[in-house]
Design a protein around this ligand. Structure first.
Ligand code: C5P
Length: 406
């Protein structure tokens, strides 16, 4: 049986497709899983807790605070216990309302509270009327969830309960079952107990108290790596330059601004880490004398000003010089002669792998959701990967790092 011994939390929110979860629960149980169903209040109008409780052989949870004082004292931390118990949580159907709550971290019902406490992967199967699904708010919430590594099962297109036609249908239970089986296989633990240090984002080098020299790095690649490594069992520290991204669950984050601060933080963390992955777009130069006060326009004589810059420390190179057992991965952003420069970097910085990307290619580089990369390994292996999400690129990188740790 494909799901033998797996603990599945099934969150059911209030859409007409909730009736399909009766079949889904039965399929999960048949596949060997233990299923705990959690329902929102609205969901109980579409399918009864008695139905899902009977099929799952476990009492369905609907209330944060069940009636009866004695029960309440033993029950109110159930969200924490269940969150630790689960191997995966699936919200199906996930209504627009429940998706919004999850995206924004609400904890105003049992289902949403449970989601906040999870340590396991979260999967959602959106289902709603076509216009609610296409609404910019819903699409934005789904983008937020995807960025955080939540697995999203696209709804199917067809005739909806309202009579309208379009995307919004919950896929059949069998399809959902196979999808969840696939996710469980993907959940590897090959980095269990390993310490992974990831740097991400740009650095900001001050010119004066309000201005800086920076670059367009969004930090997405590094955050995707931190999330993926955590899911594979690693203890992850993420040293991030100034970015606008939420910290992936379970990741320890240190924020820095300048290249020198990043170098200091890496120096501190490096001796105790097993892997260092430098995705950060570290500024190569910084102003030599940042002004203590804002530089006034009138203070500059004539039409030009010169900013004197000095080289920043090469963090990765010094890590390469210090490395003992550590696996080192660098990124190379090249706009011409990429393979040649990447190979040179691999050797010069004593790296185990270099991830080469060209920001001028479609679907690659700063700020995009996807990347097109070539991975060069120290043993000479070169793999050019097709365009894929940054999370998928992260998994590909970790697939190559994990065997080097044995
Ligand atoms: O030599 P180049 O700057 O292209 O190398 C890029 C790689 O080196 C990236 O992994 C980047 O994070 C790292 N780097 C660094 N310190 C710098 C500049 C780049 O660690 N000052």
């Amino acid at each position: 049986m494909s799901l033998t011994g797996k603990h599945i939390l099934l969150g059911v929110s209030g859409g007409i497709a909730a009736y399909k979860t009766a079949f889904l629960v039965r399929d999960f149980v048949k596949a060997g899983a233990e299923v705990q169903v959690v329902m929102t209040d609205a969901a109980t109008h579409f399918v009864t807790p008695l139905t899902l409780g009977t099929l799952s052989r476990r009492e369905v949870i609907t209330d944060m605070f069940p009636r009866g004082a004695a029960e309440a004292t033993t029950h109110w931390t159930a969200h924490i216990d269940l969150a630790l118990w689960a191997d995966i949580m699936l919200v199906a159907p996930a209504t627009a309302n429940t998706l919004a709550k999850i995206a924004y971290g609400f904890a105003d019902n049992f289902l949403a509270t449970l989601v906040l406490a999870l340590r396991c992967p979260l999967a959602v199967a959106p289902s709603m009327d076509v216009d609610m699904y296409r609404n910019a708010a819903t699409q934005h919430n789904l983008t937020l969830l995807r960025e955080r590594g939540v697995h999203v099962l696209e709804p199917e297109s067809g005739e909806l309960a309202s009579g309208l036609v379009g995307p919004g249908r919950l896929p059949e239970p069998e399809t959902i079952l196979h999808w969840v089986e696939g996710l469980m296989v993907e959940t590897r633990t090959d980095l269990l107990g390993k310490k992974v240090l990831v740097t991400a984002g740009p650095t900001h080098e001050p010119i004066d108290p309000v201005r800086y020299v920076g670059n367009r790095s969004s930090g997405k690649m590094g955050f995707a790596l931190a999330a993926a490594a955590t899911r594979r069992g690693a203890e992850v520290t993420l040293i991030s330059g100034p970015v606008h991204l939420p910290t992936p669950p379970g990741v320890r984050r240190r924020d820095v601004a300048t290249a020198r601060e990043m170098a200091g933080a890496v120096d501190e963390e490096f001796p105790s880490t097993d892997v260092l992955i430098m995705t950060a777009a570290v500024a190569d130069f910084s102003p030599v004398h940042p002004a203590g006060d804002k530089i006034k326009r009138d203070a500059v004589v004539g039409d030009r000003m010169t900013l004197e810059m000095e080289k920043n420390p090469d963090i990765l190179r010094s890590a390469g010089e210090r490395k003992a057992r550590q696996v080192l991965v660098g990124f190379a952003l090249e706009t011409s002669n990429g393979l040649h420069h990447a190979r040179q970097k691999l050797a010069a910085k004593h790296l185990d792998a270099v991830v080469l990307n060209d920001p001028t290619e479609d679907g690659a580089g700063f700020g995009t959701e996807t990347n097109v990369v070539t991975i060069l390994m120290a043993d000479g292996r070169i793999d050019r990967l097709p365009q894929m999400s940054k999370l998928a690129v992260a998994e590909e990188i970790l697939n190559r790092v994990a065997p080097l740790l044995r």
